[in-house]
Design a protein. Structure first.
Length: 225
């Protein structure tokens, strides 16, 4: 087990681009309650957080019951959009994602995992649509953990795989991913094609501008470990 290495990926904004449905579902949720719909930047800034945390940030003036109703309406609207469009169209893989996953998975000492603010149901829909679920030996979802940047997801992934924190790397597009990695004692790669600006990734150990760079950056981080 000591030779194993682990690469954990965020999903929305890192592996797939689901912002169209995220924005649409958020508009439906807020509009359905007669609340002002948050702007695009505000919505994308909370992607990665669990929905209850996201709604608390987007609607701080709403009481707990209203925030819970926003979560319910968002989930219903998102599921409807995914059903009507199909999960592959709703959340397409970023260019180069499949190839990078296959290259990393081909190394016998490398394990792949996921740590996402998605629900189990939502993650399963994306993995099935793209046929990539077999790559990930550990899959951590919002149903079972505190919201990012709490390190619970990464700690669970490390426990499930038996990989030490210093031999693991988190790949994500938000500061929540970077902060979660730091809290878990794991290094991180911030990806610039996601939902938060490059400045939000300043705490990452490395940054990637495109997927083709990712395997090389990961190898370089391991070499200096």
């Amino acid at each position: 087990m000591s030779d194993l290495r682990l690469v954990v990926f965020d999903v929305d904004g890192t592996l797939v681009d689901s912002q169209g449905d995220i924005l649409g579902a958020m508009a439906a949720a807020f509009g359905g309650l007669g609340l002002s719909v948050p702007g695009r930047a505000a919505v994308l800034d909370v992607v990665g957080l669990s929905l209850d945390h996201a709604m608390a940030r987007l609607a701080p003036e709403a009481d707990a019951a209203a925030q819970a109703e926003l979560v319910r309406r968002y989930r219903a609207a998102f599921a409807d959009l995914r059903t009507r469009r199909g999960a592959a169209e709703s959340a397409p893989l970023y260019p180069g994602a499949r190839e990078a996953l296959e290259r990393l998975a081909a190394a016998p000492e490398v394990l792949l995992g996921l740590a996402t603010g998605k629900s189990r149901r939502g993650l399963d829909a994306v993995l099935t649509a793209h046929g990539i679920g077999h790559h990930f030996v550990t899959q951590q979802v919002a149903d079972h953990h505190p919201s990012k940047p709490h390190p619970a997801m990464l700690r669970a992934a490390l426990d499930e795989t038996g990989v030490a924190p210093e031999r693991a790397i988190m790949v994500g597009d938000t500061r929540y991913d970077i902060e979660m990695a730091r809290a878990a004692g794991v290094r991180s790669v911030g990806v610039r094609w996601g939902y938060q600006p490059e400045t939000a990734l300043g705490g990452a150990d490395a940054q990637a501008a495109r997927f083709a760079e990712l395997p090389g950056l990961i190898d370089a981080l391991w070499e200096v470990a």
